[in-house]
Design a protein around this ligand. Sequence first.
Ligand code: C2E
Ligand code: MG
Ligand code: MG
Length: 744
Amino acid sequence: MNKKTHFFATLIMVAATAAVLVYANIRHDYAIIILSTYVITISLFMLIYSIVKLFQRKTTVETGDIAGVTENLNTEIVLWTDDCSAVFMNKCLRNALGITDDSFDSKEILKKIFNVSDMDEKTIQKIINGELGESTFHNAYGGKTCISWSTSLFKENSKSKLYLSAGFNLTEIKKMQTSLRSSNDCFMMSMELSEIGVMISRSQNRYYASPQLVRMLGLKSSSVKFSDFRALVHPNDRIQYDSCLKLLETSGSVSNEVQQLEMRIKSADGTYRWYSYRFKIVKISGNSFPVLGGAFLDITQEREKDMLIERLAYIDDVTEIANRNKLVKTGEETYKCCRMLNYSYWVIVLDIDRFHIVNDTCGYDNGNVLLRDFAHLLYKYISPGGLAARISGDNFALVLRDYGDEELPIRTVSAIQDDILKLANNNFSSIKLSCSAGYSKMPGDGNSFLDVLEHAEFALKSSSEYQGSITAYEPSMHDSIIGNTELEKELSDAIDNNELQLFYQPKINLADGKIMGVEALVRWIKPDGTIMKPDAFVPIAESSHLIGRISQFVLNEACRQNMLWQKMGYPNIVMSINFASSDFYQKDLKDNVFEALVKSGLQPQWLEVELTETLALRDIDFAVSQMNSLRSLGVKLAMDDFGTGYSSLSYIQILPITLLKLDRSFITDIERDNIAYEIVSAVIRIAKSKKIEIIAEGIENGRQAEILRKAGCDFGQGYLYGKPMPAEELQKFFEKNAKERSVY
Ligand code: C2E
Ligand code: MG
Ligand code: MG
């Protein structure tokens, strides 16, 4: 019963009782008068109480304004007092509760809508503070209504407080959540059942990992930091993984294309397993950053099978490291990553110096041992993402990540050169091992990995003259090689067309002025009669295979000519020939010289080989052994250009030479420069003490010849006596010399 009804009922009761009292007074019925007086007294009390109640409502609550405003709002509104009387509920809430009139128990209603068991002070405080959270109650439509209430003090006076609670209806959202949860459950179940691990970026530095992925990789939780995941990727595969992250950073890379990587990831058992990683980057509406979603499938077993096949295709049999195919394949992939990520790598090509000597002198098995040991020592220098491979024969490649240290290639090769010395074992301890290298940088030094590799090989070749050389690729090298290629072709044709000819320069005995020998100096006589001096073409021939053909010609021709002169009756003289480094270090040097002597019929003592200091010092041990084998044939050995190279007199004692040729630079200065004279005479003295003969080259005047003769120099060569000349001219020289010296 509401308060109004209560008031009117009480009023009617008072009025009725009063009428009974009046009637009883008229009838003087005292029993009814007494009874009516009691009833009227009680009714009056009740009436006063009702009036007070009505009065109270009137004085504490003035809801007309808020009721008007909120009545038709599509959200639940209730105004209630701190004594739990619901004074106003808008239509939206009334409908939800199924209230059609004023006959309701406001306290019960409040308990229902706030979903509390009692509306005590503590609970009221919780409601006001918004601590109750969402409340759910059965609505008039047979379902449940879920509301999140927000309550504030609306009005207050000394007697009462009026609160306004506004509801945020969550019923539909809850329904959606429930259905989402069930579809998410289905998704999670399929994730659980599938063997695929899924990872989705949920922010700019964290992934969500599916339960299967958590299991596969032994992750601590399903929320994984990018950096923690990267640490699990095999160091050699990180560059690929980084390129995938790079795509994520570049918002322009969002595409519908699914991409794929294969990489090794540290797994739950602590070992690296192979995974196929299929990923896609998408832009999700409402997300400021693109989302990377990826699926991982363990392909270790397949990979192991592939590896067996790959081993056959990509592993070098002898050294068991990557072969050229693998180098090129991996190199091309790395090249792409370099372009994408602005990384750079060094490509170093190494060559074991004089490897053929190990093969020839120690046998192929020992050669193979050396190749294997060398390959394995390269491994020490590989950084993550790098590679070591055998390209061919004794050529290897190292691919090293560049971190901006320009000295890295030189330092690495130097360290390898130190290491290779330690590889000498009982079988090749006498051979001083070393290696040379050429290097280039990827991607800057070429348009593809093959380009960069070729350039490193160019750099190596361009310095192959020097053992232990370390040469950086420079684009200018390329130009000179292109230029040289044309010249090489021309020179090759010249050899075929017999355009090479030997000129002979006489060597004179300073004591009696007699010709004692000639030096054969090669000339290229072009069809138009131009005479090319050796300086113009020998260096090019030396950097290609052509020098071998030239030297073969010089050796045979010099022996043939000397023998011919002997047969013609000219005095026996020593024929000197010059050897390039590559000729001298040929394993079949002795055989070649012997063959030329046999073919021509020349006695070995009439042939002399001139070697420069620089050439001999390139590999002193081997030079000594080559020189000894020539000496064993009976051939003479001269040290050419003495004084221009490293010029240590101690080499005179080590090298089995028979003649020392003082360089022209000393002779030019000998007249004016006392120091030059002192040096020359000291060298002559020491050489004599070692029973080595001395010849001075570049004598251009009589004064020089006289000084040298007096200093004890045995022989002289120079324009004073004769320039290099063709054979026929030299024959005339013979005759003139003979006449002047009256020797025959
Ligand atoms: P080299 O063996 O020191 O030869 C001596 C060079 O000095 C010759 O130059 C010769 O013409 C020059 N010469 C001799 N006397 C005098 C002189 O009084 N004054 C001046 N200014 N120069 C003099 P050429 O023939 O041009 O040879 C230059 C170099 O080419 C040779 O130096 C040798 O190292 C190399 N060469 C010559 N022929 C051959 C060859 O058949 N094979 C190889 N591998 N190298 C050769
Ligand atoms: Mg010479
Ligand atoms: Mg010389």
